[in-house]
Design a protein around this ligand. Structure first.
Ligand code: A3P
Length: 329
């Protein structure tokens, strides 16, 4: 049920219909260019509604990521941190739900659900670039956790995910009877290098949050997927502290941190029945297996997909874009 008025929705759809659009990925919907980033119209409706009407509260914690940079993992880790005193490990909601189904997503759900906040959980995920976040999010004292991933692995993950979106595996989809054929890697790579990826250009997304983390260090925690992989326990503690849920000495001694690391590990989550066999649905537009969110979860898988020339080109783009920012590519 839509909670905004039909007139408002009509007005927002009117705005979207005037945007430059490109059916480059031949996916669920063509991409539209809005405030410098590419996005599907059905998500832009929520972006614009949230920009107009969403009111952030100081207790909110936003989980911000570009798609395929570790969204599922950061959701799982933060849910496990926040709920650790409420559920023992055998009762965690993560054992029976895809992390995406536990939280509401800002631009997917704003205006459609009465509240994007889930009772008892201060976590609100979004892929919206920093500059386009609702003003109240940037102005309030709420916290933002951001995760970025090495760009070649991010592209590799996105490309493989897009194949799962296109494949017959996706099942029945209301708006698209025939799943589109998957695009050759070279074509997808070209689009990605032009910045045409969901919520892309990816480098602008990363830079926006990086700058915000420098300007508001206590409010924006900027993390890298590769660092999380290298020392998950360290970052679980850092995350917990940043979010205002620090571990007590007793908890540390009882091994609670490691239990969270293990609960949220790729190996554990990907082996759960719900994540092996469940289906992810969104608004009659997206429908694909939960297992598409758990492919390999490795650092450096790009080597199995990209040629050295492709790797060099993407590295050069990132180097040029990030130069002077203090952020390594
Ligand atoms: P790969 O495609 O490289 O395997 P997102 O969650 O933003 O959609 O990103 C998906 C990527 O995160 C996929 O990467 C997926 O395998 C990986 N991933 C999912 N759960 C993970 C976990 N618990 N730990 C580490 N990586 C995980």
């Amino acid at each position: 049920t839509q909670v905004v008025s039909p007139e408002t929705l009509e007005r927002v759809r009117e705005i979207i219909s005037t945007l430059p659009s490109d059916n480059c990925w031949k996916h669920v919907q063509p991409f539209c260019l809005y405030q410098g980033f590419w996005c599907y119209p059905f998500l832009l409706e929520g972006v614009i509604l949230a920009q107009e009407f969403f009111k952030a509260e100081p207790s909110d914690i936003f989980l911000c990521t570009p798609p395929k940079h570790g969204t599922t993992w950061i959701k799982a880790l933060t849910i496990a941190i926040v709920t650790r005193t409420r559920f023992d490990r055998s009762m965690s909601p993560l054992l029976s739900n895809l992390p995406h189904d536990i939280l509401h997503h800002l631009e997917e759900d704003f205006g459609k659900k009465p509240d994007v906040r889930v009772p008892g959980l201060p976590l609100i995920p979004t892929h919206i670039p920093y500059d386009s976040l609702p003003k109240s999010v940037k102005d309030s004292d709420c916290k933002i956790v951001y995760v970025r991933r090495e760009i070649k692995d991010a592209f590799t993950s996105e490309y493989n995910f897009s194949i799962s979106l296109s494949s017959k595996d996706r099942g029945e989809c209301h708006d698209y009877d025939e799943p589109s054929e998957s695009m050759p890697l070279e074509e997808a790579f070209e689009l990605f290098c032009e910045g045409k990826s969901l919520y892309g250009p990816c480098w602008d997304h990363i830079l926006g949050y990086w700058k915000a983390s420098l300007e508001r260090p206590g409010r924006v925690l900027f993390l890298k997927y590769e660092d999380l992989k290298k020392d998950t326990a360290f970052y679980v503690k850092k995350l917990a502290e940043f979010m205002g849920y620090p571990f007590s000495m007793e908890e540390e001694q009882e091994g609670v941190v490691q239990k969270i690391v293990d609960l949220c590990s790729f190996e554990n989550l990907s082996s759960l029945e719900v994540n092996k066999t469940g289906t992810f649905h969104r608004q009659g537009l997206l429908r694909f297996p939960n297992k598409s969110f758990f492919r390999k979860g490795e650092v450096g898988d790009w080597k199995n997909h990209l040629t050295p020339e492709m790797a060099e080109r993407l590295d050069k783009i990132m180097k040029d874009k990030l130069i002077g920012s203090g952020l390594s590519f």
